[in-house]
Design a protein around this ligand. Structure first.
Ligand code: NAP
Ligand code: MG
Length: 508
């Protein structure tokens, strides 16, 4: 039994104390939408359960949002956009984001615990993400000063001055997946608040809690009511209503490629601006001259981290044939050292998958890999025993996969590595790019020529060299091909939340 303590008592405490705590948001019985600064009951009166994936137990119940709830939230976001929020200066928005940073820092242990209970991410991993999340908020605080047009030279002649102005696009619909809402929400909230937009967030039905709690903290930071609203519920109901709503100006979406296509169709009615951060099947290429002491754990955790529920997971590991046997034996040994289990245990490396549905999906792909002739060299089974009711699966490695097998083509979103041998750099590059996706990719080699060829040749939004999975907000992140469009982070991020206007001044 978890001991109930108030969240304010959760500070920088030891893991043992933290795991015995219950965030206050879970002691309220049920949760509503957060609209116009207030908790609201769902228009339909209907609710959905949200589970702890480590135990299969219900954590709390959420409001099941429908088109009426979305409409109410969009009206609140519109009136906040045109009302008090429009008078905030860039300095005031920066001060507000700095205050939000301080509150997230102060409440970070509570947020990490909530994310761990809701999503199943190991608490130690959630706590380790603190620096990244705080840096991301500070990055967006700095971007309030980057919402500027330019004074441009012209060839009109006469006495003309020509310039561009920037203005916030308006109401942003933010739709995020369940695999890491504590960080992924900030890529939308940060851009919107830096530029003066307002937001209606629709978090994933399986992982809405840290988004609701973060919205509360933003109110505490002094954000005017209605600037950030959260409507919970199903993607096919609340999500679809938000994507279609005629008064939403922009959708910032992170999720699967199939849902991305639905969003594009739904956005056509009022020509919404779109940012789509979608799926991946990223290549991770290990050459014979690589430092295997780094490449083996790097490639392994490039897939196993967060139990494989990472969009840029390097799930296709291309290994130069002359080191294939050594690499496979070492990555299998590494996989055996990973402790899968209770996310609240400080020694746990990997938690459960998010849901029974996801467990069935990943198990299905393991069977398909077997049937299509790949060699299962590690794992593959659901884990029973102490964790019988949670959605746990063993870290899984297939050897001798070919790039045309289903497990090398489709996004599994679980801890499943496909090892694909190659003989030449040209062959590795051709295979790496033979995919509908283009999100991440990596090369492990000590040869500058090999690194250079791969860095330019891999068709993806990010290439890591002798490392994997590092994301910095000031550099950014995006996708080629079916992995979506729009760039998250970097100085251009805020442009997606701004309209540009040109002005011609006749000085005569
Ligand atoms: P998903 O099924 O596409 O869901 C993403 C979000 O969209 C959820 O909030 C979902 O709500 C909602 N949704 C579902 N159907 C909708 C519709 N018709 N209209 C509007 N919204 C709808 O993706 P997921 O399975 O949760 O997440 C995993 C996927 O996200 C993977 O493909 C992964 O690669 C991708 N991802 C990409 C990035 C990136 O930066 N490129 C980052 C993280 C994850 P419900 O959950 O309530 O159905
Ligand atoms: Mg949950």
């Amino acid at each position: 039994m978890l001991q109930r303590i108030h969240t304010r008592e959760i500070g920088e405490v030891e893991m043992s104390e933290l795991k015995a705590a219950t965030p206050a948001i879970l002691t309220r019985g049920s949760l509503g939408h957060l609209i116009d600064g207030k908790w609201r009951e769902p228009a339909s009166g209907e609710r959905i359960d949200t589970m702890n994936p480590a135990t299969g137990e219900v954590l709390t119940t959420l409001a099941r949002g429908n088109a009426d709830d979305v409409d109410r939230a969009v009206r609140s976001a519109r009136s906040a956009f045109e009302g008090p929020w429009s008078r905030f200066t860039p300095h005031q928005r920066q001060a507000l984001l700095n205050k939000a940073h301080d509150l997230v820092e102060e409440h970070y242990d509570e947020l990490a615990l909530l994310e761990s209970l809701d999503v199943g991410v190991p608490l130690s991993r959630a706590r380790n993400s603190k620096g990244n999340i705080l840096r991301t908020i500070l990055f967006f605080a700095s971007q309030t000063m980057n919402c500027a047009g330019q004074t441009l030279p012209n060839s009109i002649g006469g006495n003309y001055t020509t310039l561009t102005l920037k203005a916030p696009v308006g109401v942003v619909g933010g739709i995020i997946p369940w695999n890491g809402p504590l960080i992924s929400q900030w890529w939308i909230l940060g851009g919107a608040l830096a530029t003066g937009c307002t937001v209606v967030m629709k978090p994933a039905e399986d992982a809405s809690l840290t988004t609701l709690r973060t919205a509360e903290l933003l109110l505490e930071a002094g954000l005017p009511e209605g600037v950030v609203n959260v409507v919970t519920g199903l993607g096919s109901e609340a999500g679809a209503a938000l994507a279609e709503h005629p008064d939403v100006d922009r959708i910032a979406f992170t999720g699967s490629t199939d849902t991305g296509r639905n969003i594009i169709r739904a956005s056509a009615g009022n020509m919404k601006r779109l940012q789509l951060e979608l799926g991946g099947k990223s290549p991770d290429i290990v050459f014979a001259d690589a430092d295997l002491d780094r490449a083996v754990p790097g490639a392994a955790m490039g897939v196993f981290a967060n139990s494989g529920q990472v969009c840029f997971a390097g799930t296709r590991v291309f290994v130069e044939r002359k080191i294939q046997n050594e690499f496979v034996s070492r990555i299998v040994d590494f996989g055996r050292t990973l402790k899968v289990g209770d996310p609240l245990d400080p020694d746990t490396d990997l938690g459960p998958l998010i849901s029974q549905k996801q467990l069935d999906r990943v198990s299905g792909y393991v069977s398909v890999g077997d049937e299509q002739g790949a060699d299962l060299v590690l794992g593959g089974r659901r884990m029973l025993g102490d964790v019988a009711n949670g959605y746990f699966i063993e870290p899984t490695i297939f050897n001798n996969v070919s790039n045309d097998m289903t497990i090398a083509r489709e996004e599994i979103f679980g801890p499943v590595v496909s090892i694909i041998p190659f003989d030449t750099a040209d062959e590795a590059l051709t295979l790496a790019n033979d995919t509908q996706y283009g999100l991440g990719g990596a090369v492990w080699s000590r040869d500058i020529g090999t690194v250079n060829t791969m860095m330019h040749g891999i068709k993806s939004g990010t290439v890591w060299v002798n490392c994997y999975g590092i994301i910095d907000p000031s550099i950014g992140f995006g996708g080629y091909k079916h992995s979506g469009y729009g760039w998250k982070g970097g100085p251009q991020h805020v442009d997606g939340f701004l309209f540009q206007k040109s002005v011609y001044i006749n000085g005569d």
